[in-house]
Ligand binder design. Structure first.
Ligand code: ADP
Ligand code: MG
Length: 467
């Protein structure tokens, strides 16, 4: 058997190495194994599905460039995941494109701008990811409205008041996930609907291509066939007058036809400075819902869900450490987790707090050594096996009172927060309640050695999450 694939891949690697950060290179590219080269098709093996998705989402362009340079412009890349067969076409994309192609026949061969020669997988990159479902999207205060609107739309696309639905929020908070979950759910419920997900950047490029090839009519007709159009990251359209014009026309056509539109943006509509007023005013026809930073509890639930899906067991201390220190961006949190898992696999190390600390310190600029009141509440509530919310309620059940007082005591000891701040965090109680709680716990500590051991165990656990 020829070793071409190994040589070709090694050359690709040296190209890739020049364009990605060393940390990314060792995490994401070193573990890849080249398997075979058949004609212009290079098959590579990646450790797991996580890996595949990460590469597709973050490094597809780098891979594309490298293999096209080495193999030629018709190069194709196939991924293989151990124990599974090569990843097949995304089934929901198939459904969408089948619908479109049957419509195409009727409409006299409309050119589909998604068919791109070159890497096979690139086709999938901008269509629905079947993992982005509602089931995998954890609900929290941070996303309740947007999620509920999304579910309503999925049941009756184009028929609710939420048209268009505009999802906005900072990067990494789940806009793409939620928008795609709606698309996936619509396909689940109505398999005759044509759903299309496209990033604004891709839309713009397709439009430029169409302009260049004199194919604007085809381009328009193609988009007008869609029943649910998801246009991601519309801030990208800022100051792109012509692209906005064509989107305006597509928007009007679809909206008038009772078709659903979903848009996402990294800021609220009124802050989209370089977007025409007539488009902004249309965005306001429906519902604008924002995604906010998830609370600690939601972040932990998100991690738990991801790990369950992937069949990975993380020690609770590692989960706590990561969710406590990576706060503002769910994507970054995922990156940290995947990196921990990859490092453990590569170096045959156990996943433990030390490894987590190493990885987090590479990702997060200023790791907090501060222990938040929220975190203390979370850990204590878990210890007493009660919902965290109970600590903030008025209930006088003995074990809830104990848990509440202990949380206040620990907050006073460990959090550097004022009595007023602490009281506030417990459903708006005043500082005298906190003082009273601290006194009660102190007298218990003096008289009950079992309780004392319990408390010092908890305190130790809380402290271990700082670096
Ligand atoms: P955005 O488009 O806002 O930049 P993404 O939708 O790409 O963010 O989300 C980043 C990552 O975080 C994705 O992998 C997504 O699955 C995950 N994520 C965000 N919010 C949630 C949530 N509520 N539940 C589960 N996963 C989430
Ligand atoms: Mg996104």
């Amino acid at each position: 058997m020829s070793n071409d694939h190994i040589q070709v891949w090694n050359r690709c690697l040296s190209k890739i190495k020049e364009s990605v950060k060393p940390q990314s290179f060792s995490t994401w590219f070193v573990p890849i194994r080249p398997l075979r080269l058949e004609g212009s098709v290079l098959t590579i093996q990646v450790p797991n599905k996580f890996f595949f998705e990460w590469l597709e989402e973050h490094h597809v362009e780098t891979l594309k460039k490298a293999i096209q340079t080495e193999i030629g412009t018709n190069a194709e890349l196939k991924y293989l995941i151990p124990k599974k067969t090569a990843i097949s076409q995304n089934p929901s994309f198939k459904k969408a494109s089948d619908n479109l192609s049957s419509a195409q026949v009727k409409g006299n061969k409309i050119k589909n701008p998604f068919v791109i020669p070159g890497i096979q997988k690139v086709k999938i990159d901008s269509q629905l990811n079947t993992n982005y479902t509602f089931e995998h999207f954890i609900e929290g205060d941070c996303n309740r409205l947007a999620r509920a609107a999304g579910l309503a739309i999925a049941k009756r696309p184009g028929k609710t008041a939420f048209n268009p639905l505009m999802i906005f929020g900072d990067v990494g908070l789940g806009k793409t996930h939620l928008a795609q979950a709606i698309g996936n759910e619509v396909l689940n419920q109505f398999n005759d609907k044509a759903v299309l997900y496209v990033s604004s950047e891709r839309f713009t490029n397709q439009f430029i291509d169409a302009l260049r090839n004199n194919a604007i009519t085809d381009f328009l007709k193609f988009y007008q066939l869609v029943d649910l159009l998801i246009l991601d990251d519309i801030q990208f359209l800022e100051n792109k007058q012509k692209t906005q014009d064509i989107f305006f026309s597509i928007f009007n056509h679809l909206h008038q036809g009772g078709k659903q539109l979903i848009l996402t943006s990294d800021r609220p509509p009124k802050e989209l400075a370089g977007i025409e007023e007539r488009l902004i005013s249309r965005f306001k026809w429906g519902l604008s819902a924002d995604l906010q930073v998830p609370s600690l509890e939601t972040r932990m639930a998100i991690i738990q869900k991801k790990m369950d899906n992937d069949g990975v067991n993380l020690p609770p201390t590692v989960m706590e450490f990561v969710s406590h220190n990576v706060r503002t961006n769910v994507r970054e949190m995922e990156g940290v987790l995947i990196s921990i898992i990859a490092q453990a696999a590569l170096n045959q190390r156990e996943i433990d707090l030390d490894l987590a600390k190493e990885v987090v310190s590479k990702f997060v600029d200023n790791i907090s050594t501060e222990i938040t009141v929220e975190f203390i509440q979370k850990i204590v509530a878990e210890h007493y096996d009660i919902p965290m919310e109970k600590l903030k309620e008025k209930t006088r059940k003995r074990f809830v009172v104990r848990a509440r007082q202990l949380s206040m005591y620990l907050a006073k000891q460990l959090s550097n927060k004022s009595l007023k701040h602490i009281g506030n965090a417990f459903g708006g109680r005043d500082h005298s309640t906190v003082i009273h709680a601290c006194r009660s716990i102190e007298s218990l500590l003096e008289n009950d050695t079992r309780f004392k051991t319990e408390v010092s165990g908890l305190a130790k656990r809380l402290k271990s999450t700082g670096l």
